[in-house]
Write a new protein. Structure first.
Length: 392
């Protein structure tokens, strides 16, 4: 389970009491007056305080086999990668979206209304009617280029929010039968959902803060990542300049198109994700100089799974196959798209991790005509360019 990255503390503040109300209460409950005296309203203020802690990839990728991604990640991460992709791991957000749902005297009932708030900073105060409340929180989105891919559907139902991205102009590949185009990758997304928070006039579950002279109710909520980082690297052995460059993009197929922000469960539709890649030359791999086509992408995870809450591979239900493809330009001016079946690796690293494929250029013929823009699968003759399926 991912390390807690947010705690929400709710503090109930009592206001000034009317003299008449104080007199009535004193007469009615003189024999059992609570100290200090309570002054109850039909509505009170709640102060939400967000306390941030760190989440790193080592904590997120806490697989049962004691996974240490540093031992197999040879691509590295430099300033140019940060410019193109952003930070390699998760980034602590400072702004949030908060949704409050009042369910009256009955908990776990369908939502009939919603109070929407955008939070800048870590504190928020609002009034709460006595009764049961549900709270949904997710981070506000900020990107290095100012363009946001994530879209939030709050209109289909008040009982849940759906996050998704839109299709690109690029065709899709493999195991995305409902869609002819690939999709943009989502930004890092964290969420927490708490139901049946009891704000009651008897203040059960509250304690008194002597210093502030207020009653305090502690609500523990943990924001979990519901998007998952994959680091991809195509390691090119014995290149000797034969692969001169790549087109700067990659495709990663068989991942979920949407996720339920409330539950963290990914949708059932599989898509291909389009993302950026970069070729680095003369990288060190255990003493060998190799060229690496690497990149970082974010996904909603495996279809119909809450991947962040799973602890072992045996819990994963994944009917899809997963492919990684990258288009390479060769030193004779020709280009071809190479496709790799990465299904076993993705299922093993179900909540993100390093995906590695290795290519020995001594065994790959140089294409004699360009075909990288063609998206026909399983081209039989690699010397005619096009798309190659590479066994790994």
């Amino acid at each position: 389970m991912a390390k807690e990255i947010r705690h929400i503390t709710a503090k109930l503040l009592h206001g000034r009491a009317l003299q008449a109300a104080m007199l009535v209460m004193a007469l009615l409950v003189a024999s059992c007056v609570r100290q200090p005296e309570l002054h109850l309203y039909a509505m009170q203020d709640i102060e939400l305080e967000f306390v941030a802690t760190d989440l790193n990839l080592e904590v997120m990728w806490n697989y049962e086999d004691g996974y240490n991604f540093h031992t197999e990640w040879f691509y590295g991460w430099d300033d140019e990668d940060r410019r193109i992709f952003g930070e390699m791991g998760y980034v602590d957000p400072s702004e949030f979206q908060l949704r409050r749902y009042y369910t009256g005297e009955k908990p776990y009932t369908p939502h009939e209304n919603v109070y929407k708030h955008h939070l800048e900073g870590t504190h928020f105060i609002a009034q709460y009617i006595w009764g049961f409340w549900d709270l949904l929180v997710w981070n506000d989105i900020h990107t290095i280029d100012g363009v946001q891919s994530l879209v939030f559907d709050e209109t289909t139902s008040l009982d849940y929010v759906t996050a998704y991205t839109n299709p690109t102009i690029y065709p899709s590949r493999y195991n995305a039968p409902k869609f002819v185009r690939s999709f943009w990758e989502p930004e890092p997304l964290y969420a927490a959902y708490e139901q049946a928070i009891d704000i009651n006039p008897s203040l059960d579950g509250f304690t008194y803060d002597e210093e502030r002279k207020v009653y305090v109710k502690q609500i523990d909520m943990t924001l979990y990542p519901i998007t998952y980082v994959y680091l991809t690297q195509v390691i090119i052995h014995n290149n000797n300049g034969r692969v001169a460059s790549i087109d700067g993009t990659g495709n990663f197929s068989g991942m979920a198109r949407t996720t339920n922000v409330n539950t963290g469960i990914a949708g059932e539709d599989a898509i291909t994700i389009h993302y950026n890649t970069r070729l680095k030359k003369d990288c060190d791999m255990k003493g060998e100089k190799v060229d690496i086509a690497g990149g970082r992408l974010m996904t909603f995870g495996l279809c119909q799974n809450n991947c962040g809450r799973l602890m072992r591979m045996s819990q994963v239900k994944d009917p899809n196959r997963h492919f990684l493809d990258v288009t390479m330009q060769f030193n004779n001016g020709m280009d071809s798209t190479l496709v790799f079946d990465i299904t076993p690796q993705v299922r093993k690293r179900f909540k993100g991790g390093v995906i590695t494929v290795e290519l020995d250029m001594d065994t790959v013929p140089i294409p004699t005509r360009s075909g990288g823009s063609g998206f026909d699968a399983f081209i039989k003759d690699p010397e005619d360019g096009g798309t190659w399926e590479i066994d790994i």
